[in-house]
Design a binder for this molecule. Structure first.
Ligand code: BGC
Length: 383
């Protein structure tokens, strides 16, 4: 099944590579874009370091980047690090020893790769930060990602839509609250977690200030809301603790800001165990998400999870390939953002992609029509 998804995504990547080549609309721009449609690579080795295989998105990212690079004529060393920082460091050390010509890295901890980055710089190896910004180093050359602040805005927006405070078109909804909500953040060592949180909180703050939203636990700081390594189990445990501490008696929970589908599923398990559900008297609180993981897409289709954010990993993979090709052709990749991603040492030139909110009503349009999943996969909740 997994292979089928990877194949579908790879086919999409080839198509997307073709499109990028036609439009010249990518990190590498015209020429590099064209080169990506034809195998023009020198057969050299490129290292691709991904954080974990416990989340579908990184498997799909890894597969799509590998396929794209191979299509473009390179060899690929693709490694997953089981969310273990020393493992990822070792894998990258090994890639450098093997003589890679470029590195594409989705870091586990954005600050933990100083030694590897220095070694890469000493060897003249360009480093592309993939989806997650590598921090506190000057030796990161380029960043391909989504507009992460906007992802946070979309997560909060989906929560407000689910509560009826906003309509899907952004206009004011009829509901006035007050609604009880709880807030979850991602892993604090991942730079993205802060962008998602900032986008979400900036969106929710006016409603918190107006009393439309209340947070009965009082846990409104990112440190309190954080979920180390984006762990589903950690999120479930925190949700259970919040329910015990702040929702005894008659206090009812109406919504949960969740930054990632795995975290959402942990939250939903805790809520279900506590008696919430789509067919119970209290209903299921509105739960947001991210990544359009297939299990969560099914939960959305079944009215259990309310929404997720779709970040098309096929398109991100294309940008990583185009950026790598640009470096290996002696060019600089073309950025579309040179201001936002300050990594503690410098602003890293970036190529940002857009994301979409997935609701039950647009699963077909966003995820099936685009070939990301098939109807059968959505139905089964399995890729
Ligand atoms: C990614 C998200 C993902 C999260 C957990 C973040 O860095 O941007 O797409 O949900 O990591 O894997």
């Amino acid at each position: 099944m997994r292979n089928k998804m990877v194949r579908t995504m790879a086919a999409g990547l080839v198509l997307a590579l073709g499109l990028a080549a036609c439009s010249g609309d990518g990190a590498g721009g015209g020429d590099a874009g064209e080169a990506s449609a034809e195998p023009g690579g020198d057969g050299g080795l490129i290292g691709v370091a991904m954080p974990t295989e416990t989340s579908e998105r990184w498997i799909a990212d890894g597969a799509a980047v590998k396929e794209g690079l191979e299509e473009a004529g390179y060899e690929v060393s693709l490694q997953f690090a089981a969310d273990d920082i020393p493992t990822q460091s070792q894998q990258i050390d090994q890639m450098i020893t093997q003589g890679v010509e470029a590195l594409i890295i989705a870091a586990i901890d954005g600050t933990a790769l100083a030694g590897q980055l220095q070694a890469a710089a000493d060897a003249g190896i360009p480093v592309i930060s993939y989806d997650r910004l590598i921090r506190d180093s000057e030796h990161v050359d380029f960043y391909v990602t989504f507009d992460n602040y906007q992802v946070g805005v979309q997560q909060a927006t989906s929560l407000l839509v689910g509560l009826g405070v906003l309509n899907e078109d952004g206009s004011d909804g009829d509901a006035e609250g007050p609604f009880n909500v709880e807030l979850f953040a991602g892993s604090l060592d991942d730079n993205n977690a802060h962008f998602f949180w900032d986008g979400a909180i900036d969106t929710l703050q006016p409603y918190l200030d107006a009393g439309t939203l209340e947070v009965p636990s009082g846990q409104t700081d990112i440190e309190q809301a954080a979920t180390l390594r984006w762990s589903q189990e950690t999120a479930q445990k925190r949700m259970e603790d919040l329910l015990t501490a702040a929702y005894a008696g008659d206090t009812e929970l109406h919504g949960v800001l969740s930054p990632y589908d795995g975290i959402s599923r942990g939250i939903i398990t805790a809520l279900t165990n506590a008696g919430y559900g789509p067919t119970t008297a209290d209903g299921m609180p509105i739960v947001s998400g991210q990544d359009a993981e297939i299990a969560s897409v099914k939960l959305i289709a079944d009215d259990v999870q309310f929404a997720t954010i779709f970040k098309d990993t096929r398109k991100l993979a294309v940008q990583a390939v185009i950026a790598a090709q640009a470096y290996l052709s002696g060019e600089e990749p073309e950025a579309n953002d040179t201001e936002t991603y300050e990594n503690g040492v410098k602003v890293v030139p970036s190529f940002l992609l857009e994301s979409d909110i997935v609701y039950a009503g647009n699963i077909a349009e966003l995820l099936v029509d685009s070939g990301y999943y098939t109807d059968a996969q959505v139905e089964a909740g399995q890729a």
